[in-house]
Design a protein around this ligand. Structure first.
Ligand SMILES: Cc1ncc(COP(=O)(O)O)c(C=O)c1O
Length: 383
């Protein structure tokens, strides 16, 4: 863990790497090949296999994966993409990168802070091209119902699975329900390596487009030229530099071996939190015990029943060494979004954003620390 003088006693997340992770990175450094190469290909293969998807395309971030998946769904200028506002801003920004408009739909409730299929249906217009569901906190959005809806209306279903590696709905991995799924390997995520992302899909054309566009739509990469597969390249479209690199891929491959055991630890801690919070007045705990078993256990969100207490409770806890966070401020209320799209009101989303607090959760969190988090929260609620 970083310098204790600058970090709270119980941080929101804590990444602990093992000796084998460091060895994998050191070996990659010694290999002298740092941009995309064999380790990236091996990671893509391993990630696709654990997902049960035909293709996995590693990229520089989940934001890049979202952008590529929107483009692959044919999203362009004048189109609309229906997204939740209760998400990280990237879900919406990726639509704007394509020249399209994000259309914000409501979440169901604070107990179920996921895209509401009925509200999505109401917001479909002739311009709608796609719907992007977010698996908030690693719990399944209703992608079964959204898929039916999208199929019946000729729309692409996309999944922002940034929080949800190896999480499931009806036994099927999240990220594999729609045309494409986007994952994040950002530093506080379940499978974190600092920065990085991945697009998965069963569609050969979407995969080919993503592979091409992640590296300037060039017909060959540096690795194949290095191996003399080809000496030159053409550029066949307007692509991007959304490449990843071998150091990240080596670390991801190494960490992927522990993904299931770390998720099991996250679920056990989540079950324990739910038990500890059960009788605490003034707190709503989203989702159900059964859903914990399907989730990646990315974060532990709670909602304070009353509005207007969020920052005071967060501050009280921080002063006592417990870090909390807000997942998420509503995207439509950010300055840049209000300027572009004034007059949007989403009462359920706004209530969730103004009452949510995220508690510390990471595999090595001790029971003593967890007890302390709940004790400080209870004191904060009474203060
Ligand atoms: C729901 C959601 N979508 C997208 C992203 C963007 O991920 P990245 O930082 O890898 O671009 C995040 C990251 O915080 C996220 O939480």
């Amino acid at each position: 863990m970083p310098d204790s003088a600058t970090f709270p006693e119980i941080p929101l997340f804590d990444l602990q790497l093992q000796a084998e992770d460091l060895d994998a990175v050191a070996e990659t450094l010694r290999s002298g090949w740092l941009t995309m190469g064999p380790r990236t290909a091996a990671f893509e293969e391993a990630f696709a296999a654990q997902l049960g998807a035909r293709h996995a395309v590693a990229v520089s971030s989940c934001t890049a994966a979202l952008h590529l998946s929107y483009l692959a769904a044919g999203v362009g200028p004048g189109d609309e993409v229906i997204v939740p506002s209760y998400t990280f801003v990237a879900t919406a920004s990726a639509a704007i990168y394509c020249g399209a408009t994000p259309v914000f739909a409501e979440i169901v409730s604070r107990e179920r802070p996921q895209l509401d299929p009925e509200d999505v249906a109401r917001r479909i217009t002739p311009r709608t091209k796609a719907v992007c569901a977010v698996h908030f906190a690693g719990y399944p959005a209703p992608v079964d119902r959204l898929r039916e809806l999208c199929e019946s209306r000729g729309l692409a279903l996309l999944e922002d699975a940034a929080h949800a590696p190896s999480a499931t709905l009806d036994g099927r991995k999240l990220g594999t329900w729609g045309l494409a799924g986007a994952f994040s390997f950002f530093s506080n995520k379940v499978l974190s390596v600092g920065e990085g992302g991945l697009l998965c899909t069963d569609d050969d054309q979407v995969a080919a487009a993503a592979r091409s566009l992640r590296s300037h739509a060039m017909t060959s990469g540096t690795w194949s030229r290095h191996n003399r597969v080809t000496d030159t390249y053409d550029v066949v479209g307007l692509g991007f530099n959304y490449r990843t690199g071998e150091l990240r891929s080596a670390l991801l491959l190494s960490r992927l071996q522990r993904l299931e055991s770390e998720i099991a630890a996250r679920r056990a801690l989540t079950r324990r939190y739910r038990e500890l919070l059960r009788d605490l007045d003034g707190v709503i705990v989203p989702f159900t015990d059964a859903e914990v078993e399907q989730s990646s256990g990315y974060v532990m969100p709670i909602m304070l029943e009353q509005r207007g207490r969020q920052s005071a409770v967060g501050l009280f806890m921080r002063e006592r060494g417990v870090q909390t966070s807000i997942f998420y401020p509503s995207v439509h209320r950010f300055t840049a979004y209000r300027q572009r799209y004034p007059d949007i009101t989403l009462p359920v989303t706004e209530l969730a954003s103004e009452t949510e607090l995220t508690l510390p959760l990471y595999p090595p969190l001790t029971h003593a620390d967890q007890d302390r988090v709940v004790e400080v929260l209870a004191a904060a609620l009474q203060a």
